[in-house]
Design a protein around this ligand. Sequence first.
Ligand code: SF4
Ligand code: SF4
Length: 333
Amino acid sequence: MRTAGHDSAPSRSPDPAALAAAVRAAARAAGYEACGITTAEPFPEYAAAVDALGRAFPRTAPLYAPFRDRTDPRRGAPWAQALVVAVRRYSKYRLPPGPAGHIGRNYLCDRRLPACPDHAMTARLTAALRALGLRVKRGSGTSDRWAAARAGVARLGLNTFALTPASGSWINIECWRVNAALPPDPPTLDPPCPPGCRRCIEACPTGALRAPRVLRMDRCVAWLTYHAPWPVAPSLWRRMGPWIYGCDACQDACPLNRGVWTESEPAPWLEAVAALLRPEALAELTDADYRRKIHPLFWYIPEDGVERWRANARRALAYAAARGRGKPTTDGA
Ligand code: SF4
Ligand code: SF4
């Protein structure tokens, strides 16, 4: 969920190669793991992938429709000539144990949180690009993951996530459209997956990951925990296991994520609420604690949706209890 930035009047160096080098240096200085460049041409492969999903799952086609409108970076920025694509890694954070395996790590480390130390990175790089004389619009106007692959800074795994060798899929991709014809980097469109690996597909609890790079969105546990119409269908609810907000099952199973979570930096914004992020506490969450402490951090469930949190947490607890008794699944709440 990106916010569009402001355009700015340019006045810049005429040497595209030097400008590209300056852009990469600015991204590193802003704190990004990597930065690549691709053209602002449309993304026909992404359009084809979205169309294929709509054909494969006609009942869920409306969920994919907004993505079909996002295949051309120049839509909304007709002057754009290149995409600057930066990789932010969050595998550096030391997470409190309470939410582990219950709340997706991406949400725990959300850079949009003002208290997250990475929060200022986006504004830093936007300002640096403008200081280089570039006209800038935040966002790729298309799939950031596909932009990352075409800019050569990540590869798309069969679980649909973008991965880098240093950080696996524990990354966010951020993009900027710019008005300079910067020289593009060689794309990395082939998957990084070992031959025959299907661990992510096998780990997916609801069968949302149907086949390599085929994700049925209305079955994905992440979507089911916070966005799906409520209540969730019992046939899916029973399979959502320990997940309360988000789901990392396909990423946890991925061998390319092994050993990349370094835990080298504290996450103080989470430590302050760590006790509340345990399933036991979330199952009993008060309205006041939800409004003041939880919703400001995790806002995909609306402010009046505390009961959804409680029910998700009760299901997670029931799942753990059933596993303790040797049963694989449970109806939970
Ligand atoms: S996030 Fe969970 S439910 Fe969604 S595709 Fe991955 S494993 Fe499946
Ligand atoms: S689990 Fe295997 S197939 Fe899936 S993304 Fe990771 S390496 Fe690729």
